[in-house]
Design a protein around this ligand. Structure first.
Ligand code: F6P
Length: 629
C-alpha cells in the first residue's frame, strides 16, 4: 500500500471470521486482514488501521460463529462472575479474589487489583484483591518470558498467595488460552474445588486453546479448558472468552487482548462493588451500559486521530534516528506508560532505553508487592527523579517526551517538569484528560500547551450517570490506546514490522518459538523442518547443528535464545539466500530495516506466500489438533 489514505471495507473487517481464513490458527494468532500492509503505511494510515482493529472488539455477533464482547452468553457470564465477587466483598474474611497472568496479562492484573483495592480502602473496607505475574514483580517492568512456560511455578505461586484462605475466586488471564503458567494454576483450582472457583479470561473459542504437551504434566491448556467447560454447566467454573479479532500486529496480545482484559474485568469488579456497597444488584443492563461506555471511549480517543498521528510521527522519527521516547506520567496513567514501554523489548526487540516510562512518586506510587526494584538495574529506575538524573541531561530535540496526566493530578508539578524538559528539547507533547466542566487548572494547562509541540486533550462528559471511577477507567483505556498506537506506530515506521508480523520477535518461550518457526515458513516458503533448522542455527550461533542441539527440548532452545539478538531476521536471511550465519549478520548490520534487508537479500528467491497458502502448511510436529500456538 502506498503512503496514502487508508480506508477499510466491511468485508475486510469480517474477513478473519471466514472458516477458510488461516484455519489452522487460533484467532489470537491470525494475521489481521486490515493491517496486511501496515509496514508500508503512513503514520496517518497506521492510526486509522489501529482504530479499525480496535473497533472489532465491539463488533456485533450477528451471523458470526464467534461469541463477541457484547453477546448474551458473555454478558451472562460476566454477571455470574460479578455475583461471585460480590459474595467475597460481603464476607471477605479468609477470602481472596486473585487475578493472574503472564506479560501484559499479569501487568493488567496488577493495574486492576491496585485500582479496586484502592476503591475498597476509600470505603474503609479491607483489600480482597491480589495479583500474580509470572516472573514476579520484575516482570511488571521488563520482559520475563521463560516463567510463562512453567505450570508448576504458576501452581506454587498461587498456593503461596492463598495460604490459609478458605475461599478463593481465581481469575486466570491468558489471551491466547495458551500460557502453561496459567494452565498450572487452573488445574490446581480444579483439584481443590472446596476452596477455589476458577475463572478463565481469554480471546479464543475454547476449542482453540493450546494443546501442546506441558513438561511434567498430564494436562494441556485445552484439557483444562474442557474440564472447566464441563463444570461451567453447574457454575463451578467460568469461561469469559469472546473473540475480539486478530491483533493489528499478529499475536501482539498486549493490544486488543490487553484492552479487552481491562474492559471485561473492570466491568465485573465494578458491578460487584455496586452490588455490595451501593445497593445496585448485578444486572444485565448495568453490564451493557458499562461495556458501551468503553466503546464510546474508543470513539472519543480516535476522534483525536490527527494528534495521535503527530505523536506517532514524532516517536517514529526519534526511534529511526536511534534516539528515545519517554513517557512521564502521573497516577495510574503513568503505570500504563510503564506497561507500554516494558512491552517494546519483547515485541519489537527494542532496547529498554528506546521507550521508557516514568511515574511520579516512583515505587511509592506503584505500591507493588515486592517494593522498590531499583537495585535490579537502570531499567528498574522509574521515578521522575530518575528521569531527571539519568535521562534529562542527555536529551536533545531528536528525543520525544510525552507528559501523561489528568486534571485531577497536580498540574503545577506537570508545569514544572514541562519547563525543565523544554530547556533540553522542543519535542515535548502532552496527553491530557479532563472533564468538560473542569476549568480549575486552565491557566497552568495553557502554559503546558505553550510549552508543548502538540497537546492531545480529551474532554469527557461527567453527567450524573458517569461515576468518577468509571471516568478514571475510561481515561486509562484511552491512554492505553494512545500509547499502544505511539509505540507500535513508531516501531512500524522504524521498519521493525514485516507486513503485519513482528519479525524481530524474541524467541524466549515456547509460544514465541512456535510463532517464529511459523513466520519463517510463511516468509521463506520453505518446509517446517528447514525453518526450524535455520532457527536453531541462529539460536546456537552454529553453521552446523550438533546432536546435542537438535535433541534438546524447546525450553532449552528458548533459554539459549535469551542471549541472542535478531534471531528470526538472521534465520530468514539464511533461508532466503543460503548464506552463512556470519554473512547474514553483516548483511543485517548494513541494512537494519528488516523488510528491506529481507527483500534485498532475497531479491532472486524471495516470494512471500499469501497468508491463505502458507497458513495451511502443516505446523509443528508437537502440535495436536492443529494448534501451533
Ligand atoms: O510470551 C510473551 C507474551 O506473548 C506477551 O507478549 C504477552 O503479554 C504474554 O505472552 C501473555 O500472553 P497470554 O495472555 O496469551 O497468555
Amino acid at each position: 500500500m502506498a503512503k496514502s489514505d487508508w480506508t477499510c471495507s466491511l468485508s475486510a473487517i469480517c474477513e478473519w471470521e471466514s472458516p477458510d481464513y488461516e484455519p489452522s490458527l487460533p484467532v489470537s494468532e491470525k494475521s489481521n486482514p486490515l493491517t496486511r500492509d501496515i509496514d508500508r503505511a503512513s503514520a496517518n494510515s497506521i492510526v486509522k488501521m489501529l482504530q479499525a482493529c480496535d473497533a472489532q472488539m465491539f463488533q456485533e455477533e450477528t451471523g458470526s460463529t464467534y461469541h463477541k464482547l457484547l453477546s448474551d452468553q458473555v454478558v451472562t457470564t460476566l454477571m455470574e462472575v460479578a455475583k461471585r465477587v460480590e459474595l467475597v466483598l460481603k464476607d471477605p474474611e479468609d477470602s481472596l479474589v486473585i487475578l493472574s497472568g503472564c506479560g501484559t496479562s499479569g501487568r493488567l492484573a496488577f493495574l486492576i487489583t491496585s485500582g479496586f483495592n484502592r476503591a475498597l480502602r476509600q470505603l474503609n473496607q479491607s483489600p480482597v484483591y491480589s495479583y500474580i505475574i509470572a516472573g514476579g514483580d520484575r516482570a511488571l517492568l521488563s520482559s520475563q518470558e521463560a516463567p510463562e512456560d512453567d505450570p508448576k511455578l504458576g501452581m506454587l505461586s498461587l498456593k503461596k498467595v492463598c495460604e490459609g484462605k478458605k475461599r478463593v475466586l481465581f481469575i486466570g488471564i491468558s489471551c491466547g488460552l495458551s500460557a502453561p503458567f496459567v494452565a498450572g494454576q487452573l488445574d490446581f483450582c480444579l483439584q481443590h474445588p472446596e476452596v477455589y472457583t476458577p475463572v478463565l479470561v481469554g480471546f479464543n473459542p475454547a476449542h482453540q486453546a493450546r494443546d501442546e504437551p506441558l513438561p511434567g504434566c498430564t494436562f494441556t491448556f485445552l484439557s483444562v479448558v474442557q474440564r472447566m467447560q464441563e463444570l461451567a454447566k453447574s457454575h463451578q467454573a467460568f469461561l469469559i472468552n469472546p473473540a475480539v479479532g486478530p491483533e493489528a500486529i499478529s499475536g501482539s496480545s498486549r493490544m486488543k487482548g490487553g484492552s479487552a482484559t481491562k474492559i471485561l474485568l473492570e466491568v465485573v469488579l465494578s458491578a460487584a462493588h455496586a452490588a455490595a456497597f451501593s445497593h445496585t444488584p448485578v444486572a444485565c443492563n448495568g453490564i451493557l451500559l458499562h461495556l458501551r461506555a468503553y466503546e464510546k471511549t474508543l470513539d472519543l480517543t480516535y476522534a483525536q486521530s490527527e494528534i495521535i498521528t503527530d505523536l506517532v510521527e514524532a516517536a517514529g522519527e526519534s526511534l529511526r534516528c536511534g534516539r528515545r521516547v519517554c513517557y512521564l506520567g502521573w497516577g495510574s496513567l503513568a503505570l500504563l506508560g510503564l506497561i507500554d514501554a516494558s512491552e517494546c523489548n519483547p515485541t519489537f526487540g527494542a532496547d529498554f532505553e528506546d521507550v521508557r516510562g516514568f511515574v511520579s512518586g516512583g515505587y511509592r506510587e506503584l505500591n507493588n508487592k515486592e517494593g522498590p526494584l531499583t537495585a535490579l538495574g537502570p531499567e528498574f529506575c522509574i521515578a521522575h527523579e530518575d528521569f531527571l538524573h539519568q535521562v534529562l541531561p542527555r536529551l536533545t530535540d531528536k528525543d520525544t517526551v510525552l507528559l501523561i496526566y489528568t486534571h485531577s493530578d497536580d498540574v503545577g508539578k506537570v508545569v514544572d517538569l514541562a519547563r525543565r524538559v523544554r530547556e533540553k528539547t522542543a519535542n515535548l507533547h502532552a496527553v491530557y484528560h479532563q472533564t468538560d466542566e473542569d476549568t480549575s487548572a486552565a491557566l497552568q494547562q495553557d502554559e503546558i500547551s505553550r510549552l508543548c509541540l502538540s497537546t492531545l486533550k480529551i474532554a469527557w462528559l461527567q453527567g450524573a450517570s458517569v461515576s468518577a471511577s468509571l471516568l478514571h477507567m475510561q481515561w486509562e483505556l484511552s491512554t492505553k490506546l494512545v500509547l499502544n498506537a505511539v509505540s507500535t506506530g513508531a516501531h512500524v515506521l522504524k521498519g521493525k514490522i514485516y507486513q503485519n508480523h513482528m519479525i524481530d520477535v524474541q524467541v524466549t518461550n515456547s509460544k514465541l518459538y512456535r510463532r517464529a518457526t511459523r513466520l519463517l515458513q510463511k516468509l521463506s516458503g520453505r518446509p517446517e523442518s528447514q525453518c526450524e533448522e535455520a532457527l536453531l542455527k541462529t539460536i546456537y550461533g552454529a553453521n552446523k547443528l550438533t546432536l546435542d542441539m537438535t535433541t534438546s527440548d524447546v525450553i532449552t532452545h528458548t533459554c539459549t535464545a535469551v542471549t541472542r539478538t535478531k534471531v528470526v531476521p538472521l534465520a530468514l536471511v539464511c533461508l532466503l539466500t543460503g548464506c552463512s550465519l556470519r554473512e547474514a549478520e553483516s548483511h543485517l548490520e548494513r541494512q537494519p530495516v528488516v523488510r528491506e534487508a529481507v527483500e534485498f537479500s532475497g531479491s532472486k528467491s524471495f516470494r512471500p506466500m499469501c497468508p491463505r497458502d502458507v497458513l495451511d502448511v502443516p505446523m509443528a510436529t508437537t502440535q495436536i489438533n492443529g494448534q501451533p500456538n
